[in-house]
Design a protein around this ligand. Structure first.
Ligand SMILES: N[C@H](CCC[C@H](N)C(=O)O)C(=O)O
Length: 294
């Protein structure tokens, strides 16, 4: 009888870089230099904050799929679901490809599954991102509603909440609260994230308006839970607040992990975001050996 050594069955260790944007943390994989083939179960194992590396999202850097873009960009939540956009991740993406020597450009065009975004590394080291144009029609979110509106009454349990809905490449619901510290993020967040009127689930933003140019924001993210910051959530909150007449064009968004600068000139225009991107460490993931049959 031949035996196969377990080392022959083991997967090669996986080099990665740990990064964060205002505490929204990422595991970044370079698929331009190594093959990356991960199942949703692999991603959940890597995301585990006790048995794995731990992250909110996994970012995969891929070669540009067309001549007019520099890179591709795939994004996965901690639950293994692939998503269309990640604002904080986009800033870390720019820092990563620059630090890794994959480009010497400071203007970087990136293809996501939601479209093309453009990243600029500024002289201060912050990254500016053109996040594209927000979309609002219910079918574009996607969200079930009889007709478009600025806000929608949505029944959650025996409560009725007023939601604005915005697609920033990914789906967002935004509600205004008097005080984010006492907002029911842990209860209402998951109830809305998986609400049947959002067939693709949704990210849920809780916005406190301090002034027309300043808000506080907490986000319960689809597929991850509450994060310290959400870039697309910050964009969605500013867009929703502006459409409802509460906010101006330039808004500082104060998230638990720190501030983001968001700029939206109005309908038909692109949203721009600026903020930091931090590299924490480089690591090597060793796949656990298959547990012996008991
Ligand atoms: N949870 C989001 C993806 C990550 C977005 C967030 N981390 C950001 O910075 O935009 C979704 O399922 O659409």
């Amino acid at each position: 009888m031949t035996t196969t050594s377990t080392t022959a069955l083991r997967r090669p260790p996986l080099p990665f870089t740990k990064m964060h944007g205002l505490g929204n943390d990422f595991l970044v994989l370079d698929a331009t230099r190594q093959p990356v083939a991960l199942s949703p179960e692999d991603i959940r194992a890597l995301a585990d904050r006790h048995f794995g590396v731990g992250f909110d999202q996994l970012l995969v850097v891929t070669p540009g799929p067309r001549a007019d873009v520099d890179f591709g960009y795939r994004i996965f939540n901690a639950d293994g679901s692939e998503v269309e956009q990640c604002g904080n991740g986009a800033r870390c993406f720019a820092r990563f490809v620059h630090d890794q020597g994959l480009t010497d450009q400071r203007r970087i065009r990136v293809q996501t599954c939601a479209g093309t975004i453009v990243l600029h590394i500024t002289d201060t080291g912050h990254v500016q991102v053109d996040m594209g144009m927000p979309r609002f029609l219910p079918q574009e979110i996607p969200f079930s509603a009889p007709a478009p509106a600025l806000r929608y009454p949505v029944a959650v349990g025996d409560e009725m909440v007023q939601l604005a809905v915005v697609n920033m490449g990914n789906p967002h619901a935004v509600l205004r609260v008097a005080d984010v510290d006492s907002a029911p993020v842990a209860t209402l967040g998951p109830q809305l994230e998986s609400h049947p009127r959002f067939p693709a689930r949704v990210n849920v933003g809780f916005m406190q308006v301090l002034a027309p140019d300043r808000i506080r924001l907490r986000v319960y993210e689809r597929g991850t839970g509450e994060t310290l910051a959400c870039g697309t959530g910050a964009c969605a909150a500013v867009v929703a607040g502006q459409r409802l007449g509460w906010l101006g064009q330039h808004v500082t968004v104060l998230l638990p992990g720190g501030p983001l600068q968001i700029d939206w000139p109005g309908e038909g225009q692109h949203v721009h975001m600026q903020g930091p991107a931090t590299r924490v460490y480089d690591g090597l993931w060793h796949w656990p050996e298959a547990a012996p049959a008991v």
